[in-house]
Design a protein around this ligand. Structure first.
Ligand SMILES: *Cc1c(COP(=O)(O)O)cnc(C)c1O
Length: 229
């Protein structure tokens, strides 16, 4: 049996069980298969085994890959976005998970306005306050969301985080918890498009803990496709 098929089955099973463990509906959690630096043949294989949502970090690599694959696939951008590249990103992706500053958001909004359309985004928060990482600082999230609320052609659906890398997933749990609490307080201020904010958190090593703490999108690469070169 294909390794990718087996991996997807195992991950989907673990997603189901992690959700049930804390009394959540497993259908609230979606697997974003992270396919950065993975060739389109393997992405297509995952698609053939039922995976319909993928995440990519590098814009040009993603655009090339997307053009070769089934148009029914949904793509999330999870890399660092520059404001001079928003047209390329908006044309290829169904969601930008990494909006972390007003300049990029305004450029996206202007582009979508020209296209008379809207785009779903998440706000990336630097929940661990790590200097080398992207994301708005937690204490600045409210002001950013206040400004985003005025941009009518982007819809803010929730938050995305990449907490500090720690080998023990239990050590990451407090960051997931803080993210959920932050999202709920921002939700109370009416900053999100939906009744329940999306929470993109959890990767290969810690997605089950993230689900226990409320993740609705888990971004899993290595556990789906194996180690990247
Ligand atoms: C690479 C990457 C992932 C997936 O990481 P794995 O450990 O391979 O599951 C998730 N999110 C982002 C932003 C990434 O860059």
């Amino acid at each position: 049996m294909s390794v990718i098929k087996k991996n997807l089955e195992r991950i989907n099973d673990r997603i189901y069980r992690a959700a049930r463990k804390v009394g959540r509906d497993p259908d609230e959690v979606r697997l974003v298969a992270v396919s950065k630096r993975i060739g389109f043949e393997l992405v297509n294989e995952a698609f053939s085994h039922g995976q319909r949502l993928f995440g990519e970090n590098y814009l040009q690599e993603a655009v090339d890959k997307i053009s070769l694959l089934d148009p029914g696939i949904k793509w999330h951008f999870i890399g660092h976005l520059q404001s001079n590249k928003v047209a390329l990103a908006a044309g290829a992706f169904d969601m930008i998970e990494t909006v972390d500053r007003l300049k990029v958001a305004r450029a996206l909004d202007r582009h979508m306005q020209e296209k008379r359309s809207t785009l779903s985004v998440l706000v990336q928060v630097n929940i661990g306050r790590e200097p080398q990482k992207s994301g708005v600082l937690p204490e600045d999230a409210r002001e950013l969301l206040q400004n985003l609320a005025e941009l009518k052609n982007i819809q803010v659906r929730g938050l995305m985080v990449m907490p500090p890398y720690l080998p023990d997933p239990e050590a990451v749990r407090p960051y997931f918890k803080q993210t959920r609490e932050l999202a709920l307080s921002l939700q109370d201020m009416g900053f999100f498009a939906d009744e329940k904010p999306a929470l993109s958190m959890g990767m290969s090593g810690d997605y089950e803990v993230a689900i226990e703490e409320g993740a609705t999108l888990v971004r899993v690469g290595t556990a789906v496709f194996g180690r990247r070169d």
